[in-house]
Design a protein around this ligand. Structure first.
Ligand code: SF4
Length: 350
């Protein structure tokens, strides 16, 4: 009888991709994936700590699992991801029934860790399906002042080209021809001198691949060479996610983003010139410390100018360890809410 595992994922596409990696690895070792929480032998929770709200949701979920552990003491509960990286073993003080805590940058160890819990031989299941995400970089070295990712996922590391190409081969062999390249900042990919622009060309040349998407881009690293590759590779998607975060140069500087409003708009212009049907999506934070009405108006102005297809919009919330944590969170909540509502209305075209 094979050992069944269940995965619940909180957070971003990187976490979704990490959960896929974990699932694939466990299946290769003979475990089988189940969608039924109650019939699982192992429950894996892949957590996110980018915002307090995401962390609270994961805590509430883990809290509910205590009852299952009382009913079935053989059940193994594993917490992965950014909350595991941030809180490490102290998580066990809060939830003593957690069996394993595996930080985001150590997920590859999961099958070895779980193998020690289950001594008997497991049978292999081969018909599971996976999403077409392919991680090309792990971690981040940018230290945007509001973001906890570099602290919990460690410095940026580009995966070897050969490993990426082998992953793509596995996907195309299993009938998946559309892939999305993932990383906190895919634009700064570089392995042995092969940069992101080169990687796009290499993948575009694989006959079995039909469509290539990528996320997330960072405007500071969106070079002319990358723009040329996007334009010349016919399989690369014309929908580009380019986080803006703020339209105010003052706020962008405080956020440590390393670009200005002008630079952002010039990238948009260059891409539009080369790819007339290009569409943009973005991320925007409102209510960052010291954001005035004028700063926010600049965000609205650039949002209108670009005409984003959609956007992930957030109210700023301070995260421990980050540089912005030491700044006074001085935009009152009612103002943050009001700005968010105005921004969302604009994005919806109201
Ligand atoms: S680029 Fe900035 S926002 Fe994105 S993960 Fe890195 S530090 Fe966070």
């Amino acid at each position: 009888m094979s050992i069944k595992f269940f995965i619940r994922t909180f957070g971003c596409q990187m976490n979704v991709a990490d959960s896929d990696t974990v699932a694939q690895q466990l299946i290769e070792k003979g475990f089988s994936l189940t969608e039924q929480l109650n019939e699982s032998d192992i429950i894996i929770i892949n957590t996110c700590t980018v915002r307090q709200h995401a962390e609270d949701r994961a805590f509430s979920y883990i809290g509910d699992l205590g009852q299952l552990k009382i009913k079935n003491e053989k059940l193994k509960i594993v917490v992965l991801g950014c909350v595991a990286s941030r809180l490490k073993e102290s998580l066990k003080k809060k939830f003593p029934y957690i069996d394993h805590i595996i930080p985001a940058n150590e997920i590859e160890k999961i099958s070895e860790i779980l193998k020690k819990d289950f001594y008997y031989t497991t049978s292999r299941t081969t018909n599971e399906t996976f999403s077409e995400f392919i991680t090309i970089t792990r971690g981040c070295s940018n230290f945007c002042s509001y973001c906890i990712v570099p602290y919990v996922r460690g410095p940026e590391e580009s995966r070897p080209v050969i490993k990426i190409l082998l992953d793509i081969e596995k996907l195309t062999n299993s009938g998946k021809y559309e892939i999305t390249l993932l990383g906190q900042n895919v634009n700064s990919y570089n392995f042995g001198g092969i940069d992101f622009a080169d990687l796009l060309v290499k993948i575009n040349d694989i006959p079995e691949v039909k469509k290539i998407g990528f996320m997330t881009s960072h405007p500071k690293d969106m070079s002319d060479k990358i723009i040329d590759s996007i334009a010349s590779c016919e399989k690369v998607s014309h929908r580009i996610h380019l986080p803006l975060q703020s339209g105010s140069d003052k706020i962008l500087k405080l956020m440590n983003r390393h670009y200005t409003k002008e630079k952002y708009l010039s990238i948009i212009e260059k891409l539009r010139k080369k790819i007339p049907d290009v569409k943009f999506t973005t991320d925007i934070i409102v209510g960052f410390p010291t954001e005035t009405d004028e700063d926010f108006s600049e965000t609205l102005e650039i949002t209108k100018k670009v005409g984003f297809l959609s956007a992930y919009t957030f109210k700023y919330s301070p995260r421990e360890y980050t540089k912005a944590f030491s700044m006074k969170d001085d935009v009152p909540m009612n103002i943050k809410k009001e700005r968010l509502a105005r921004l969302n209305a604009l994005l919806k075209g109201n």
